[in-house]
Design a protein around this ligand. Structure first.
Ligand code: SF4
Length: 141
């Protein structure tokens, strides 16, 4: 797993992966072991300055590779959707397998996204948006 923490959401990913976020779900204490491949976690605001580094990192990952987009900024541009210098959704440029909504998503929501990716790889679930605890009502992407 490779975490590109580009802004505040990156802190939530770090908390999720290092169990500092005190997940509230009993079964949400650890990231699942993915069967095979690399997961690129894009968390935070993807600015035009950072975009080439994000794309280059993805290009360097060997197959099979998957993309987990974490937070409103990475999913849609978030609060900066109308900024001239922010990508309005990394899915426009990379094949996002699971998107975790929230601004920011709680650590257990990040783990929920990883579990959704795990289900996709092991059970053939379809890619999409992870529904996970810690996502505030009204968070759309
Ligand atoms: S979605 Fe919210 S918390 Fe996450 S990087 Fe953007 S502004 Fe920060």
């Amino acid at each position: 797993m490779l975490d590109l923490g580009l802004a505040c959401c990156g802190v939530e990913v770090m908390a999720a992966l290092h169990e500092e976020g005190a997940p509230t779900e009993p079964d949400a204490t650890e990231p699942p072991d993915l069967p095979i491949g690399w997961v690129l976690v894009v968390s935070g605001t993807v600015t035009d300055v950072m975009l080439p580094a994000v794309l280059a990192t993805y290009a360097e990952l060997p197959e099979p590779r998957y993309v987990l987009s974490v937070g409103a900024c990475s999913n849609t541009g978030g609060p900066y959707w109308d900024s001239y210098s922010v990508t309005k959704g990394i899915d426009q440029l990379l094949p996002v397998h699971v998107a975790v909504p929230g601004c920011p998503p709680r650590p257990d929501a990040v783990l929920g996204g990883l579990r959704a990716l795990h289900r996709m790889l092991t059970e053939g679930a379809t890619p999409g948006t992870a529904s996970a605890p810690g996502t505030s009502e009204g968070d759309t992407a």
